[in-house]
Design a protein around this ligand. Structure first.
Ligand code: BEZ
Ligand code: FE
Length: 304
């Protein structure tokens, strides 16, 4: 008998299906899946999709509109325009996945909390040394960022790789400009022997997530804001530790309690402190006002 051949069952078992019988038949069609995990995911998806259709009394026009919406999400998606990530973000699915995989323990000294990856990460960002200026010409007020990478036991994580990406004062990432010759407000550096890091960049601004596509239509239909509070993205990785994907949010930002993608966690909010022109913590003299922000990242041990 071929896999999936149901000829040994009741001759009419696969006919005249509707409602719960239909759901049960589709669920059973995954029973012989090669991978138990695939079976679990496929059956869970079917169960929830069928329940959604029946609970809402979905009309044929609405189902067609939904398919058209997904088709347009697909058509606009490219390496640079990640509309599917955006959809997952505005539906809160990204944060649910993070919650399942990185539950906060709330314990003192616990690992730094994670938040959304977002669509603006770029592989192979430029390398910098501690103390360099990652802004690389991005418009904005100078900001000095520093801190330490530690393990949950308090030990410094020397040599941890720190990826940084952020929006400029106009709320734009470098990848949102046409034809920039080089990365701006983006790069990676490595923690020193004491786990310390420090670098210059610019003060980040609040910004709207890309809302000129189907996800923007969805937000407009829901009368939702597309704004995110000002933040800087960090991805911190080191051998023997779970990779941390997170942001540091600017204390006092007006959008902290209405983030379009539900990504704010209190533990990730830090002051970006304004200073008059003068000597910065690294000894650099600034002839214009500048900001400082300090944040320590705590890495969880890799799952064994
Ligand atoms: C971001 O922070 O870069 C981002 C996150 C989710 C959606 C859009 C942008
Ligand atoms: Fe961002």
């Amino acid at each position: 008998m071929n896999p999936g051949d149901q000829s040994d069952q009741r001759p009419d078992a696969a006919r005249n299906l509707s409602g719960d019988d239909l759901t049960q038949a589709v669920l059973a069609s995954f029973d012989q899946s090669a991978s138990p995990r695939f079976r679990q995911l496929a059956q869970g998806l079917v169960r929830h999709l069928h329940a959604f259709v029946r609970e809402t009394g979905l009309t044929e026009e609405e189902w067609a509109a939904g398919i058209d919406f997904l088709m347009r999400v697909g058509h606009i998606t490219t390496e640079q325009r990640q509309e599917f990530i955006l959809l997952s973000d505005v539906l809160g699915v990204s944060m649910q996945v993070i919650g399942v995989n990185h539950p906060a323990t709330g314990a003192t000294g616990a690992a730094t909390e994670s938040t959304v990856f977002g669509p603006f990460f770029v592989q192979d960002s430029p390398p910098y040394a501690c103390g360099d200026d990652l802004a690389n010409g991005a418009p904005g007020e100078p900001c000095y960022l520093a801190g330490q990478i530690r393990s949950t036991s308090g030990a410094p994580v020397a040599g941890a790789r720190i990826e940084v990406w952020q929006a400029d004062e106009d709320g734009h990432y470098d990848v949102q400009y046409a034809d920039l010759p080089a990365a701006r407000g983006r790069g990676h550096l490595f923690a020193d022997v004491d786990g310390g890091y420090h670098f210059w960049s610019v003060l980040p601004s609040a910004y709207p997530i890309p809302d000129d596509g189907p996800v923007g239509e969805l937000l407009a239909a829901a009368r939702r804001s597309s704004m995110r509070p000002a933040h800087i993205h960090f991805m911190v990785s080191a051998t023997g530790f779970q990779t941390l994907v997170t942001h540091v949010f600017a204390e006092g930002d007006r959008y902290l309690d209405s983030d379009a993608v539900f990504g704010v966690k209190s533990s990730l909010i830090a002051p970006f402190t304004r200073h008059e022109p003068g000597l910065a913590p690294d000894g650099k003299r600034l002839d214009r006002p500048y900001y400082t922000m300090r944040y320590d990242f705590i890495l969880a041990p890799a799952a064994s």
